[in-house]
Design a protein around this ligand. Structure first.
Ligand SMILES: [Zn+2]
Length: 331
């Protein structure tokens, strides 16, 4: 089976599992509540019996039967809500829940892919399928300033690492809040281990939670996709991912500078950055490079687009990964 169909088939199976899980959880809730409030079971039985007899009556030509059923069920449903509330439950406690209410966990709205399906496909295609799990741990709620020193400021710098990070996190939250109205693009730069990826993940999580389409690519993966599209026979997956790189709400290019740069990568990077700016689409680039190194490695027009049109966040401080390793070895 071609890769594309495999991805589709796997995703559709995941959706089916999700629907089954919600049905199972609903059944569990119902059984537990029936034990506590037996009258609810009686009301559900009334609904079921009324539906059967209304269907029979309709078949026998009683045209009003289905209207009566609707009214009957509405009344019973009000009684159920009242019983649930008085037992301390939310009135909709027994209703079926959805991971994505927009498509009711089918992946499609009509014949169009739902945003959740497009996102799931993006994760599968961009080899970022573990990202959602990582985002459960790396988000604004789990962000800690304690790894950033508040005392030993570099005399060259106007603020301490912690103060710098506080300002940046405040601006990152503003970036998220204003994402739909005032899209910005960001360059997050600084040495290894100062929290660039963590910060990017905080933003990605906040935007994914509000149903935005986020494409996360390492710079290596990004250029590989460009090359496949340009030089090799691109399959449907490559074509989708290529389109998503330009169309998505937020493109994250992680670790720019680790790819093998050449005239082609330079030209594609410019096209990507420029097209997205023209269409007011946000991009986040993270890199270990300093501004001088960026200038030396990329064309003048890339450098001037980034420094002219992006918000620049310089992160500094101690290597957090090294600090965490030390914490673990002492704990
Ligand atoms: Zn959906």
């Amino acid at each position: 089976m071609p890769q594309n169909e495999m991805n589709y088939a796997r995703l559709l199976r995941d959706y089916e599992e999700t629907r089954n899980r919600h049905l199972y959880e609903q059944k569990e809730r119902r059984e537990a509540v029936y034990k506590e409030v037996p009258a609810l079971a009686g009301l559900d039985r009334q609904i079921a019996e009324a539906s059967v007899s209304a269907a029979r009556a309709a078949l026998d030509g009683d045209t009003a039967a289905l209207n009566h059923l609707e009214e009957h069920n509405r009344q019973i449903s009000e009684q159920k809500k009242a019983l649930l509330t008085s037992a301390g439950y939310a009135p909709n406690y027994l209703e079926l829940t959805y991971t994505c209410p927009d498509c009711k966990d089918t992946g499609f709205i009509g014949t169009e892919k739902c945003h959740c399906f497009k996102q799931a496909l993006t994760f599968a295609l961009s080899e970022a399928s573990t990202l959602p799990y990582r985002l459960e741990k790396e988000n604004f709620d789990t962000f800690s300033f304690s790894y950033y020193d508040d005392r030993t400021a570099d005399p060259q710098l106007p603020v301490t690492p912690r103060e710098n990070m506080k300002q940046i996190v405040t601006d990152a939250k503003k970036f998220v809040d204003e994402f739909d109205t005032t899209p910005r693009s960001l360059l997050i730069y600084g040495n290894t281990g100062v929290g660039k990826t963590f910060l990017t993940n905080c933003i990605a999580k906040a935007l994914l939670d509000t149903a935005h389409h986020v494409v996360y690519m390492t710079s290596h993966g990004l250029f590989e996709t460009f090359e496949n599209h340009r030089f090799h026979h691109a399959d449907e997956d490559d074509a989708s991912l290529y389109r998503y790189i330009f169309d998505c709400d937020l493109l994250i290019i992680d670790d720019l500078g680790t790819e093998v740069a050449n005239a082609f990568t330079n030209s594609m990077l410019y096209t990507c950055i420029n097209e997205r700016l023209l269409h007011r689409k946000s991009t986040i680039i993270s890199t270990n490079f300093s501004l001088d190194q960026l200038k030396a490695c990329y064309s003048e027009r890339i450098f001037s687009r980034i420094t002219g049109d992006y918000t620049l966040w310089k992160l500094f401080g101690k290597d957090i990964r090294a600090l965490k390793r030390m914490e673990r070895s002492f704990s």
